[in-house]
Design a protein around this ligand. Structure first.
Ligand code: GAL
Length: 446
């Protein structure tokens, strides 16, 4: 197995504000849609909430010390909009800014590069009350928030990510209804929200250039990727078509400057498409410095003409499954990397990849998560191979730095390199965290 990475390759770990911070009302923070969504019984497994989570808001220095102990090159975290501007569009809250400023300083003095995600799903409730992403004003609200972040952290933070996984929060928010605002089956609203989110992204990138911020800006898209189950032409075409309806709907506008053709036609014929102008498309495709991709698994598909939308059906591979029943499909990850290599003109970062396992603390106080090490080896060996074959990938962020609130699934899934014992908030670096450190050390020796 080949795990060779260039010395300047960045190994990090990622988190998101709502999943780890807690401090729901600390220092003037406003309410986000996740705060209010979790208050409604039945929305989250065991009715858990992020009210306390990993209490990172109060323990961030301890957490940065653990990152340092693991020799991480970089840490990807998100900013809670409601700490910075509690009502979303009004006055800035200096205490919220001070929190992230202190976190960034702590990272920098530990020699860890901060990567800042500007939006990881926790929209201010006050903005949701005005229609949220369905309101065309959302582009202005977001750009104002972006400006506050650039003014506060520009220069210190060298990598900004405008959005995390727009597919997931618009689809789960308006189609499956499992995320706030919890609407089911409204494709039209999903597409309107997605369009406003993509425009907000472009608008922030434009502002970043205008303000000549010293650093780089990109976006993180999830790419679950649909692979053909066979090499037959009909399956290859069907899988490509399916991608248009999923990740492609976000990827193609940002990277190629257009919505995917077949899916666009399909939505238009059903009156589901929002108004899309040439100016919008130019804004959305505003050149970025890098692309972040989050990836966990692929779906294998074969052609099925009885499915009039994507024309596919799923074929289930006989592979290991994680604690959340996600398949472990590193060969498909390699296929995705090859596709990205064929279309991308900017450097790639894997901004999330990881596995949830049923981790336990042994009597000796250790967490022996060898399956996680195996998962990382499988995916990282494919990444290393693709890089050797010419893919310009500059970094990998394991999801997640520590166990945390896995959204609607609550605290049961454990993704971390660090185990969190929630009742005591004790942290334990798992075997995987030690293995990751040795991989980072090995790379730095090269
Ligand atoms: C991503 C998300 C993360 C995390 C991860 C594991 O979709 O960005 O916040 O929850 O999945 O499910």
């Amino acid at each position: 197995m080949n795990l060779k990475f260039p010395k300047n390759f960045i190994f990090g770990a990622a988190t998101a504000a709502y999943q780890i911070e807690g401090g729901r009302r600390a220092d003037g923070k406003g309410e986000s849609i996740w705060d209010t969504f979790c208050d409604i019984k039945g929305n989250i497994d065991r009715n858990e909430t992020g009210e306390v989570a990993c209490d990172h808001y109060h323990r961030f220095r301890e957490d940065v010390a653990k990152m340092k102990e693991m020799h991480l090159d970089s840490y990807r975290f998100s900013v809670a909009w409601t700490r910075i501007i509690p009502d979303g569009d009004g006055k800035v809250n200096p205490k919220g800014v001070a929190f992230y400023d202190a976190l960034i300083d702590e990272l920098l003095s530990a020699g860890i590069e901060p990567m800042l995600t500007m939006f990881h799903w926790d929209l201010p409730q006050a903005l949701q009350d005005k229609g949220g992403w369905l309101n065309p004003e959302s582009v202005k609200w977001y750009t104002h928030y972006a400006e506050v972040l650039f003014d506060a952290f520009g220069g210190k933070v060298k990598k900004f990510i405008t959005f995390n996984e727009p597919f997931v929060f618009t689809d789960f928010g308006y189609v499956t209804g499992t995320f706030p605002p919890g609407i089911k089956g409204n494709y039209r609203n999903k597409l309107i929200a997605a369009h406003n989110v993509l425009k907000s992204h472009g608008s922030a990138v434009r502002l970043f250039r205008k303000k000549k911020i010293n650093g780089e800006i990109g976006i993180t898209l999830d790419y679950a990727y649909n692979c053909p189950a066979t090499k037959q032409d009909k399956d290859v075409k069907a899988a490509a078509r399916a991608n248009e309806f999923w990740a492609g709907w976000y990827f193609e506008p940002v990277v190629l400057g257009r919505y995917p053709e077949h899916a666009k036609k399909w939505f238009a014929e059903r009156g589901l498409l929002p108004e899309i102008t040439d100016d919008d498309m130019q804004l959305i495709a505003e050149p970025i410095d890098f692309l972040g991709i989050n990836h966990y698994f692929v779906n294998y598909l074969e052609a099925d003409e009885t499915n009039d939308r994507e024309g596919t059906r799923t074929v289930y591979p006989n592979v290991h499954h994680t604690d959340m029943d996600w398949p472990v499909t590193e060969d498909g990850f390699y296929e995705l990397l090859k596709y990205l290599q064929s279309v991308l003109k900017v450097p790639l970062y894997i901004t999330e990849n990881g596995v949830s396992l049923n981790d336990i603390v042994t009597l000796d106080g250790t967490v022996e998560d060898y399956d996680r090490i195996d998962y990382m080896k499988r995916y990282l060996s494919k990444l290393s191979q693709a890089i050797e074959e010419g893919l310009d990938c500059r970094g990998y962020y394991y999801w997640s730095l520590m166990d945390n609130m896995e959204w609607a699934a609550g605290y049961k899934p454990r993704f971390g390199l660090i185990y969190v014992d929630y009742p005591t908030q004790r942290r334990i670096i798992k075997r995987s965290g030690e293995w990751y450190r040795s991989l980072i050390d090995e790379k730095n020796k090269v």
